[in-house]
Design a binder for this molecule. Structure first.
Ligand SMILES: Nc1ncnc2c1ncn2[C@@H]1O[C@H](COP(=O)(O)OP(=O)(O)O)[C@@H](O)[C@H]1O
Ligand SMILES: [Mg+2]
Length: 223
């Protein structure tokens, strides 16, 4: 089976006040359709950096990333934008929702970007929000929703275009234990029922152990 995502010898460094810090130091990884993978490690170990690189949101300093066999940083920008919009869902550490807009409006943004009409995009948003258990919250402003509901909206927005890969950065990080467990259950059921490949960055080991694979980042490498 061709890997969905293949990462070859990735390095990433940042410059801070003239000082260069190496955050990722030679990571190799293959993700297959239906995989569930946890990337663990302490705060500052590079989990978000690596997830952003895997989500094609940020280029590595060195190394290659292949999405379904194509080298993403050698693609046309237009093709890469399409992949980001349609093939990869991303749930950010601080959900990045527009709090003044309602759940449906937030969720429909990727559909609007891809060219669907407003009516069709709203229909798609309402369908996926209902699947996330938010049928009765479509017109609620996101700022008025609970933390768990906001995270469900963020997941709905990531899934509206039906990507086959979902990346989630600390999806339970800002939630209480019970709500975090609910979100974990939801993500795992999406992985199992849709064959969605799931990659989670987390320092929550209980969550990590529910994934089929765990990789620990230590000093920029997988231990
Ligand atoms: N854009 C950036 N510019 C400079 N340093 C960064 C940037 N992003 C991350 N870093 C640094 O890289 C390291 C890893 O950060 P991060 O990937 O956010 O770790 P984690 O998600 O595991 O907490 C930290 O030392 C952080 O300060
Ligand atoms: Mg992080």
């Amino acid at each position: 089976m061709e890997p969905m995502l293949q990462i070859e010898n990735i390095y990433k460094s940042f410059e801070n006040n003239g000082q260069i810090i190496q955050v990722v130091k030679g990571i190799n990884l293959q993700v297959l359709s239906g995989d569930s993978l946890a990337i663990t490690g302490p705060s500052g170990s590079g989990k978000s950096t690596l997830l952003n690189i895997m989500g094609t949101l940020e280029p590595p300093s060195r190394g290659n990333i292949f999405f379904k066999g194509s080298n993403v940083y050698q693609m046309d920008e237009v093709d890469l934008i399409k992949i980001r919009n349609r093939e990869i869902g991303f749930v950010f550490q601080l959900h990045h929702l527009l709090t003044e807009f309602n759940a449906e409006e937030n969720t429909m943004i990727p559909a609007l970007i891809s060219g669907y009409s407003k009516t069709k995009s709203a229909e798609m948003a309402s369908a996926i929000l209902s699947q996330m258990g938010l049928k009765d919250r479509l017109r609620h402003r996101v700022g008025e929703l609970s933390g768990g509901e906001q995270q469900r909206v963020a997941i709905a927005r990531a899934l509206i275009m039906e990507p086959k890969l979902l990346l989630a950065d600390e999806p339970t990080g800002n939630l209480d234990k019970a709500t975090g467990d609910e979100i974990t259950k939801l993500l795992l059921s999406l992985n199992r029922s849709r064959g969605l490949a799931l990659i989670i960055a987390t320092h929550n080991l209980e969550l990590a152990h529910q994934m089929s694979k765990q990789l620990q980042l230590v000093d920029g490498r997988f231990m």
